[in-house]
Design a protein around this ligand. Structure first.
Ligand code: C2E
Ligand code: CA
Ligand code: CA
Ligand code: CA
Length: 281
């Protein structure tokens, strides 16, 4: 039995070693990617549930890996955050997203001009001068702050970091909109919603998934929508995959949604086509 334990320990150590090597490799490849600029953005429509028209697009990053092809963000965001590479990567994402929304806004009539919603990691806020960077990027792209929404996940805000909240307040005073991403998954107290600079709650996909046929989950979604109404916040329901999801949400008075039912994330040109002619599946 002693021998077996020893073997197990060795296997455990070699597994740990492999995982560490894989992580280091990923990190150095990512470092390279940041220098080479080998990322691309896709855009998923955020849709007005009453009219089925897009009001904005969420920018979602992908890594174009020379050998492995297009890699989804869950494969590298965590390592990017740990290593700090999220900072230069996030800068690129913001500039690229604003560049794209500037193009769309030049082409489209004033009444149909979309905004772009960009995911930001708390790590980016901790970097000195983030607010100034956003201001400079908006100026450079030539778009008004109203064309930009920033998404911050609820879990990352739980630290209650006053510096981040005051940066968010400055951005919001400029006209940038602030969304709480993955709302409902952070197990935080709801009190913060009242005094904080927030415009939008994005209801996590998890709630939408289980809403049909699960009374409690349905009640939760209804609760979030009415809470948002009381607090004068907008709501975006994530992960709308079926017509039933859309119908239930529209009935509850949820104003906005996104999901595969409307469209998967698209390339910038496809998104423009979609914007001109929305086509739910
Ligand atoms: P998220 O912000 O919650 O983004 C929504 C994710 O759900 C996206 O995955 C999107 O493609 C996917 N999705 C949209 N509609 C549906 C649907 O109907 N069904 C299902 N099953 N999925 C749907 P994606 O693009 O793989 O992004 C994953 C996460 O990576 C994002 O989750 C976000 O947290 C992070 N991320 C993406 N881009 C960036 C970025 O530029 N910066 C940072 N910091 N994080 C990013
Ligand atoms: Ca998001
Ligand atoms: Ca989300
Ligand atoms: Ca998520």
């Amino acid at each position: 039995a002693k021998g077996a334990g020893k073997n197990q320990w060795r296997r455990y150590q070699s597994h740990l070693h492999d995982a560490m090597v894989a992580r280091l490799e990923l990190r150095s490849a990512l470092d390279h990617a940041v220098n080479e600029g080998s990322f691309l953005l896709q855009y998923q429509p955020i849709v007005d549930l009453a009219s089925d028209e897009a009001v904005g697009f969420e920018a979602l990053v992908r890594w174009h890996h020379p050998a492995r092809g297009v890699i989804a963000p869950d494969q590298f965001i965590e390592v990017a955050e740990e290593s700090g590479l999220i900072v230069p990567m996030g800068r690129w994402v913001l500039d690229q997203a604003l560049h794209t929304v500037a193009q769309w806004r030049r082409i489209l009539p004033r009444t149909r001009q979309p905004y772009v919603s960009v995911n930001v990691s708390v790590r980016q806020f901790r970097e000195a001068g983030f607010v100034e960077q956003v201001r400079a990027s908006l100026d450079f792209a030539g778009v008004p702050p109203q064309a930009l929404m920033l998404e911050i996940t609820e879990t990352l805000l739980m630290g209650d970091d006053e510096q981040i909240w005051s940066d968010l307040a400055v951005l919001r005073d400029m006209g940038v909109r602030i969304a709480i991403d993955d709302f409902g998954t952070g197990y935080s107290s709801l009190g913060y919603l009242r005094q904080r600079p927030i415009d939008v709650l994005k209801i996590d996909k998890m709630f939408i998934d289980d809403m049909v046929g699960d009374d409690q989950q349905f009640a939760l979604v209804r609760g979030i929508v009415s809470l948002a109404q009381t607090l004068n916040l907008t709501v975006v329901a994530e992960g709308i995959e079926e017509a039933t999801h859309r119908e239930i949400l529209a009935q509850l008075g949820c104003p906005l949604g996104q999901g595969y039912y409307y469209s998967a994330p698209l390339d910038a040109t496809e998104a423009l086509t979609w914007l001109r002619n929305p086509q739910p599946i």
